[in-house]
Each structure stands twice: as structure tokens, then as C-alpha cells.
Design a protein around this ligand. Structure first.
Ligand code: AMP
Length: 307
């Protein structure tokens, strides 16, 4: 059994009301892979970087149980670069720059050792490339989770619809769910998105938690009220990595287990936002994760008698 994670491995420049970074390591697959590594050690990365990307960080991923045999390093080319600036509410942000660089002619290669993939995380990437990875796996994984963002809705609508129709779980934020469907009501938006193909939909609402839908049921998980929110970059990818990592670890893809997966994903995301970039995630212990999950349980547990 393995978990294959596909998506960007990148450099980010981030500006928040609390500070600013130059080029730091980021990327959707980086966040998802690192988060998932707290639950399973059989993670396989598919991505591409330029020769400007530090080899030492690739080694760090390997020590976390993440295979990088499917990570291509392109000589003489630059890594994907993204710059973003957060508004004072920290829930909304502007993309200042997206430089696709190595992504422009990226052709994902799936090493033979990745063909045992049972869980596939399609982190944020060009939708056509996400689809090519599904097609290049000889056996369809047990569960395919896909994340995407407004950038691809604006630039590659048809390819995005095509890929969405092939996955089991789609994760988007509330603004993206509205953009996908032209519906203000998230309940109506969810039903429209489920009609596009996925059996499950997760709508992330930043500091307001997350909703899990299938055609008949809905589940809500809160976000932990945090004193310090320093940098939300990667929170969505970290959430998705924690979610699929937990499902891969427990090997149970029922709706009830997805509820637990959402709590684990939310716990991981709550750490991610505490420091810039990957800093907090790289220094996190298993005990801290368990303690935080317990805080989630305590936050929502109450006894009630119906009158
Ligand atoms: P999130 O905050 O969860 O939306 O993820 C932010 C991460 O996504 C950053 O580390 C970026 O490098 C990466 N990213 C930003 N824009 C894109 C894009 N258009 N496609 C893929 N990854 C992106």
C-alpha cells in the first residue's frame, strides 16, 4: 500500500500583516506530503523542481518517509514560484505572482515502484497534469482526493471539469465552491459539485472550519480558535495531507472515518498557520498532534437532553 502525492514543490514569497518572507520552500505537494508523513511512512512524491531547489531539503523529505524517485530535477530551469499577500482578516489573500517555470513542460513520470498506489492525493497543480497521473497508474487507486484553486478555474476551466469528474473527493474553499457553481448557498453549491463527479466534497472555510458532503449527509468540523495565526499559506494542503494520510493509515474510506480524517486534517492545519511556511510542520511531534486532536474533541463535546 502506498500514498502517492502529486503537486507543486515550490518557492514562495509571502506577506502577512505580521511579516514578510523572501523565497522560502513551499508548494502544495510539499505541505500535503509532510502532513501525511505523520500518519504513514509509505509516501511517494511526483513533482518537478529546477536546479535552484536545495538538495538538502529533498533529503529532509526522504528522512520523513517520502520517496522522491518521482521528483524530477530540471537542469538549467527554475522552480515554480508563487507570491501572495494576506489581508488583515488572514482568510483572504491576493496572488501577487505565479511563475510556472518548470511546470510549463512538466511531463509526470510514474516510477514502477509507485504502481502499488492505493491512495492518490492530487494536490494543487495544472488539472491536465493531475489527470495524466490518474491515467498513468495502471490500477485505479482505492481513493483519489483532489485539491485545486481559483487560478485553474480562471485559466483552465475545461481541463479542470474533466479532472474533477474522475476523482472521489474534491477539496475547495468556500469562495472556490461558489466560483465553481455560481451559487451563494454552500449547500446548493455542494449538490452541484457532487453532480460533476466526486462522491464526496470538502469545503474549507479557513478559521470557520470545514464541511464534508456526500449526496445524503453533511458533517461539520470547527477550526480550533487559535491565539496566533501567523501565516495561512499551505493550510489547505496540510489539511488535505492530514486527511488522506489518516485514511491511508486506517485503510477505511467510509463517511464515518472521513469525519475522523477531517479532524486530523484540521489539527495538522492548525499547526501549519502558527509559523511562516513549513517551519512549524517540520518541528512537530506526534505527541503534539495527538494532544491537539484531543483539544478538538473537547471543543465540540457536550451533553444535551432534548426538552
Ligand atoms: P494553500 O495556502 O493551501 O492554497 O497552498 C499554498 C501553496 O500552493 C503554496 O506553497 C504555493 O507554492 C502553492 N501554489 C500557489 N499557487 C499554485 C497554483 N496555481 N498551482 C499549484 N500550486 C500553487
Amino acid at each position: 500500500m502506498s500514498l502517492v502525492v502529486v503537486g507543486t514543490v515550490a518557492f514562495d514569497a509571502i506577506e502577512t500583516p505580521f511579516g514578510k518572507t523572501d523565497k522560502i520552500i513551499g508548494g502544495a505537494a510539499t505541505y500535503s506530503g509532510v502532513a501525511a508523513s505523520f500518519f504513514t511512512k509509505n509516501i511517494k512524491l511526483v513533482s518537478v523542481v529546477g536546479d535552484d531547489f536545495p538538495a538538502s531539503f529533498i533529503k529532509d523529505l526522504n528522512t520523513k518517509g517520502i520517496s522522491t524517485d518521482g521528483l524530477q530535477v530540471k537542469e538549467g530551469q527554475k522552480s515554480f514560484f508563487w507570491a501572495g499577500k494576506y489581508h488583515i482578516d488572514m482568510n483572504t489573500r491576493d496572488t501577487l505572482d505565479t511563475q510556472l517555470n518548470v511546470l510549463l513542460d512538466f511531463d509526470p513520470v510514474i516510477p514502477e515502484s509507485y504502481q502499488d498506489c492505493e491512495f492518490l492525493m492530487l494536490s494543487n497543480l495544472m488539472p491536465s497534469l493531475q489527470k495524466s497521473v490518474i491515467e498513468r497508474l495502471r490500477k485505479r487507486p482505492k481513493l483519489i482526493v483532489m485539491d485545486t484553486m481559483n487560478f485553474w478555474m480562471d485559466t483552465q476551466w475545461d481541463a479542470l471539469m474533466d479532472t474533477i469528474s474522475l476523482v472521489d473527493v474534491l477539496t475547495v474553499n468556500d469562495a472556490e465552491a461558489r466560483q465553481l457553481t455560481n451559487e451563494f448557498s454552500l449547500v446548493k453549491a455542494a449538490q452541484k459539485i457532487l453532480a460533476m463527479g466526486p462522491r464526496y466534497l470538502i469545503i474549507k472555510k479557513g478559521e470557520h472550519g470545514a464541511l464534508l458532503f456526500n449526496k445524503e449527509q453533511v458533517f461539520f468540523a470547527p477550526a480550533l480558535p487559535l491565539e496566533e495565526v501567523f501565516d495561512p499559506t499551505g493550510a489547505g494542503d496540510t489539511f488535505a495531507g492530514g486527511f488522506i494520510g489518516y485514511l491511508a493509515h486506517t485503510r477505511d474510506i467510509s463517511f464515518d472515518n472521513m469525519k475522523r480524517g477531517i479532524i486530523y486534517g484540521s489539527a495538522m492545519a492548525s499547526f501549519c498557520v502558527e509559523k511562516f511556511g513549513l517551519e512549524r510542520m517540520l518541528n512537530l511531534t506526534q505527541a503534539e498532534v495527538e494532544e491537539r486532536v484531543q483539544q478538538f474533541v473537547d471543543l465540540v463535546q457536550f451533553d444535551i437532553e432534548l426538552v
